[in-house]
Design a binder for this molecule. Structure first.
Ligand code: ACO
Length: 319
């Protein structure tokens, strides 16, 4: 048995922050941001919205689509690096909001690779027989970890959550490839605010070597895609769509070119939401799915990269 996606869901904050809005707080402009990243706006939490509320709403929408009740879930696996809660874990907070009384719940931190890692971990739980029905959520509010005085990074991030419900089924193809390289972890860092020796405030925001990450993503993503394609004995063109981490449109264009593929195989929504870390892939998957643009039998790959450094991919066939 492997997990079949029976529902997708997403939830993003109501408040929209445009590139022009950002140009009022840092020395930047709409043209620069669009050209270098493809980002036009991002959604940022306000009022009562939190990582937990976005995650719970995305989860509920995925359950509704799947036509199952929250009490049928036996696991909630949630990926986040920026939750408003540490204890209880975000997955437990979601469990409480949606009433998934029979689920065992835990969080996973693999930064922007988190949703793909959580999806693969959920598949492993199902394949081992440990679980039958798993809600996998990617939820991040990076606005909280963003240094809004740093123009080289604050333009890149947004808030949002996405989810899928996986249910055990026969004959659902699944394959994965995942990697981590802690030696290169210095390229994106963020210190905890909860240490005894509280670090200077700027260390508690994300610090990133943009050029290094750009190079890392444009080499490791094609490599891991080829690794996965080899595992499933397929050529790049046999995949119907590649759902890549939405960090920067230019990175996706370079990857498409390196794979020798038309950009039309790479759905994108970075213009609207920017980089929502664990949220990007499930938000995109839900958007494309709800438009009816994923057809039964289609072969898909999800692939992400991020802090760690970490990168990974999953192969699936839409059922
Ligand atoms: N507005 C205007 N000018 C800017 C801005 C800005 N927002 N930011 C930087 N600049 C300037 C720089 O100061 C520099 O000026 P200079 O030439 O006078 O020194 C110039 O623009 C070019 O800067 P670069 O850093 O060379 O710009 P680049 O084309 O590399 O784009 C960017 C920067 C967008 C950050 C790119 O490197 C990138 O996207 N990297 C990947 C980042 C990423 O994906 N991070 C997510 C990781 S996932 C996770 O786990 C969080």
């Amino acid at each position: 048995m492997t997990g079949k996606i029976i529902g997708t869901g997403a939830c993003v904050p109501d408040k929209v922050v445009s590139n022009d809005d950002l140009s009022k707080i840092v020395d930047t402009n709409d043209e620069w941001i669009r050209e270098r990243t493809g980002i036009v706006r991002r959604h940022i939490i306000s009022g009562e919205e939190t990582t937990v509320t976005l995650a719970a709403e995305a989860g509920k929408r995925a359950l509704n689509m799947g036509g199952i009740a929250a009490k049928e879930l036996d696991m909630i696996l949630l990926s986040s690096i920026s939750s408003n809660v540490i204890l209880p874990c975000t997955a437990c907070a979601v469990q409480r909001l949606i009433g998934a009384v029979n689920a065992v719940c835990y969080d996973l931190n693999a930064a922007c690779s988190g949703f793909v890692f959580a999806y693969n971990a959920a598949q492993a739980h199902i394949m081992s027989g440990m679980c039958n029905t798993v809600l996998v959520i990617g939820a991040d509010c990076l606005s909280d970890l963003t240094n809004w005085k740093d123009r080289s990074s604050c333009i890149l991030f947004g808030d949002g959550a996405g989810a899928v419900v996986l249910q055990a089924a026969e004959g659902v193809p699944f394959a994965f490839a995942m990697h981590s390289d802690g030696q290169r972890g210095g390229s994106i860092t963020c210190q905890s605010r909860n240490q005894n020796n509280c670090p200077p405030l700027e260390e508690t925001y994300m610090k990133m070597d943009g050029k290094e990450i750009f190079k890392f993503a444009s080499t490791k993503v094609p490599a891991v895609l080829h690794e996965l394609l080899e595992k499933v004995s397929m050529k790049p063109e046999e995949i119907d769509a590649y759902f890549l981490h939405q960090a920067n449109g230019r990175i996706i264009e370079i990857i498409a070119k390196k794979m020798g593929l038309d950009l039309s195989k790479f759905p994108m929504n970075v213009a609207e939401y920017a980089n929502t870390s664990s949220g990007t892939i499930p938000i995109l998957l839900d958007e494309v799915n709800r438009k009816g643009n994923i057809l039964k039998g289609q072969k898909l790959i999800m692939c992400s990269f991020g802090a760690g450094l970490s990168w990974g991919a999953a192969y699936l066939e839409w059922q």
